[in-house]
Design a protein around this ligand. Structure first.
Ligand SMILES: [Fe+2]
Length: 407
């Protein structure tokens, strides 16, 4: 085997490994990729890493034949290494280019939306409660999955129409993530923004980032549609922050698949923020990923999609310690009301995404459960507490509850 071939195969193998591992490091630097690996894609990422290392390993395996007469095995190893390395480098270039190009796509003109800037807060506009004073009226739903063929667009539109028509007018509408089915698909973000602009021109809107939204650099589209660069938050993050809202404080957490993004910074900010909140103010926590929930075991991964061990294990104790009143989440496509360790949890993954399977696991914390009914949750918040009203897509009341202020 010629020395040049050996050197060339080693260089090509090294370049391929650098390209593939660099690509993986870049992917893991994006919002949500660590969660994607933890919740089903670990083997796929491992397979990519193995393929990336293969050309270099083959080139190294060809080395023993360097000074021998029989050049054929060496040439075979080196040739395969060079060919595979070329394929890896081309595949990475295409993958990276495609993701970057699609993430930068920006269709104009942009729809005009009435977005909530966290640092600016929410000012209740409706009549105060005669007994308890200022009343904050929030509407919340989650997991509309724009862009998914299986999503129920009719229900989605009905929900927006019913919220727009509600009297007194709602002070804000939150979508707790999975706005779109695949974050890299700009057309889905645009469809959502156009529909929100048309349906809710007068109601302040605040979409959160969900695990589907973040898929493959999707957070870029989230920011360009729903979190403009000029927007400020107390944490400095577009994904987790506090919103002062009349009589209440709203805390938005960045929990996509689980606690993969709940790093030391977010934890420290949360503790600081809760400690600084006046004891008498009702505190409502919003997140994409759920805490307590009924659910099922995912067929493909064998992983449990119910009472979430990570969020319940490492985030819930903080919320309990500071006397948070209510946690509202999506991620599981059900509506549910639960109570655990004195904390009330509501699930509202009902804005159009395909309903999740009939639960094989019923949470011991469950107080009320609904599946395959689309809708949203109204919260009427005063200093006295929080009135919850789960509604179907027409606005019909499904279930009501009241959480008295406890702080
Ligand atoms: Fe979802």
């Amino acid at each position: 085997m010629k020395t040049e071939t050996k050197v060339f195969s080693l260089v090509a193998g090294g370049l391929a490994a650098a390209a593939v591992f660099g690509f993986l490091i870049w992917l893991f630097s994006l919002e949500g990729t660590r969660g994607l690996a933890a919740w089903g894609w670990r083997r796929i990422f491992l397979a990519v890493a193995v393929v990336g290392a293969l050309p270099l390993l083959l080139a190294l395996a060809g080395l023993p034949w360097l000074r021998r007469e029989e050049a054929i095995p060496g040439a075979l190893f080196s040739g395969t290494a060079i060919g595979l390395a070329a394929l890896c480098i081309v595949a990475v270039a295409i993958g990276f280019g495609e993701i970057e190009l699609r993430a930068r796509r920006l269709t104009k003109p942009r729809p005009t939306l009435k977005l909530i800037e966290p640092a600016a807060g929410i000012i209740p506009g409706g009549p105060a409660d005669p007994e308890s004073g200022a009343m904050l009226r929030l509407s919340i739903s989650s997991d509309p999955h724009w862009g998914a063929e299986t999503a129920n667009a009719t229900a989605r539109t009905a929900i927006l129409g019913a919220i727009a028509a509600a009297q007194p007018q709602r002070d804000a509408f939150f979508i707790l993530g999975d706005n779109v089915d695949f974050g890299l698909n700009e057309a889905a973000w645009r469809a959502e923004a156009l529909e929100l602009a048309a349906a809710l021109p007068d109601i302040p809107i605040r979409p959160l980032l969900g695990n589907h939204d973040a898929l493959l650099h999707g957070e870029r589209h989230f920011a360009s549609y729903f979190f403009p660069k000029r927007f400020r938050s107390d944490s400095g993050s577009p994904y987790y922050y506090a919103i002062e809202a009349g009589p209440a404080t709203i805390i938005v957490l960045n929990l996509l698949w689980g606690t993969e993004s709940f790093d030391a910074n977010q934890r420290a900010w949360l503790e600081r923020r809760l400690a600084a909140t006046a004891r008498e103010r009702p505190v409502i926590v919003l997140s994409h990923c759920f805490f307590a929930s009924s659910g099922y075991v995912d067929e493909k991964t064998g992983l449990p999609w119910y009472d979430h061990a990570d969020t319940l294990g490492s985030v819930a104790p903080i919320l309990e310690r500071y006397g948070v009143d209510l946690v509202v989440s999506g991620h599981n496509h059900y509506m549910e009301l639960l109570e655990r360790n004195g904390l009330t949890y509501a699930l509202v993954g009902a804005m159009g995404g395909t309903p999740d399977p009939v639960p094989s696991y019923s949470s011991p914390h469950s107080r009320w459960f609904s599946r395959a009914v689309y809708g949203w949750l109204d919260l009427d918040v005063s200093a006295k507490g929080i009135a919850l009203a789960f509604r179907d897509e027409t606005g019909k009341l499904l279930h009501a509850a009241f959480v008295p202020a406890k702080r």
